[in-house]
Design a protein around this ligand. Structure first.
Ligand code: SF4
Length: 318
């Protein structure tokens, strides 16, 4: 099915002549928004991926710390090897990108970041380097390091969590940064020639439809190159779960609401912005609710039909 929005697959095909598959790596980073005892953090964060064994060992000093760091590099190597085998076997993939996916992947001193990125990039030929992080972890020094990995053959993308452009909601969900911090980070990334993918979270318990459209307007204004839109999921071991169990209910997007909200957001999104994701996917074991959401393909088709029904394509209402 062809979709009335600018898909990621379309972009990759036009840029590289074929599909590029991501190899996701957990490089053992942590998050400054959570405490060592896993308290704190965004109210929907379940700390999945908190396997920062190497990180914890590195907190000790001396030789042990260096040994732990080397183990961390080995783990990255193993993950990349596994990833390569998987995408070759499953997709007959020829091109791959290296995706630092878990936690905040710029949360370390720059010298350490450089050792990690250098090592990972030396393990293959990657069309893209993709770094997922928070807006408050993107100093000039970090941006400059990331920009040094750009080449005519390789793009560098930074995935930045904004979630919502409302300062009030950012405060309520305990994001630990505000809208201005995000704006500054995106401007800095662009100054260094880095491409930005912004994550948005649809939270009807806190935001209105008008807030979603304000977030889209901000993305348009900043010239953000790509977007991922997620519906809020309540997972186990989160503050949201505690709240849900206490109150007995919480406003989440129904299927119908999600489809119509996303369709409207896409109609307002600039036509050059790549759409990488339109719903959250959480493993059953972690998910408390919503329980009965269709799978990704069905939701995409429903959004496409909704847009078609309204006579919309991406950017038509910008
Ligand atoms: S920024 Fe990410 S890892 Fe950190 S607390 Fe929020 S959701 Fe969790």
């Amino acid at each position: 099915m062809s979709y009335p929005w600018y898909t990621h697959a379309e972009y990759l095909l036009s840029r590289y002549g074929e599909r590029v598959y991501r190899i996701g790596v957990d490089a053992g980073f942590s998050c400054p928004n959570r405490n060592c005892d896993r308290s704190g953090g965004c109210i929907y964060c379940d700390g999945t991926g908190a396997v920062a064994v190497y990180q914890r060992e590195e907190e000790k000093s001396g030789e042990k710390a260096e040994g732990a760091f080397l183990k961390r590099l080995c783990s990255i190597e193993e993950q990349i090897e596994r990833g390569k085998k998987f995408i070759r076997y499953r997709y007959k993939a020829k091109l791959a990108s290296l995706y630092f996916q878990s936690w905040s992947n710029t949360f370390a001193p720059v010298e350490k970041l450089k050792r990690i990125y250098d090592h990972a990039l030396s393990l293959g030929s990657f069309s893209e380097l993709v770094i997922s992080t928070r807006p408050d972890l993107l100093s000039d020094e970090v941006c400059s390091l990331l920009a040094s990995y750009k080449s005519p053959e390789r793009e560098v993308w930074v995935e930045v969590g904004l979630q919502t452009s409302s300062d009030e909601t950012l405060e309520k969900i305990n994001r630990g940064h505000d809208r201005k911090c995000y704006i500054d980070a995106v401007k800095r990334l662009h100054q260094y020639g880095l491409k930005v993918c912004t994550h948005l979270l649809l939270m009807p318990c806190f935001d209105r439809r008008s807030t979603y459209l304000e977030s889209i307007a901000l993305i348009n204004e900043l010239g953000v190159e790509a977007v991922k839109i997620h519906n809020l999921h309540i997972t186990h071991h989160t503050k949201m779960e505690e709240f849900f169990l206490k109150e007995g209910c919480i406003a989440l997007s129904s299927i119908r609401r999600h489809v119509s909200d996303v369709a409207l957001m896409l109609a307002h999104l600039h036509s050059s912005c790549i759409v990488e994701r339109l719903m959250a996917e959480t493993t059953k074991a972690r998910l408390l609710c919503p329980k009965h959401f269709p799978d990704k393909r069905d939701i995409l088709e429903m959004i496409a039909r909704e847009m078609e029904r309204n006579g919309w394509v991406q950017g038509c209402l910008e």
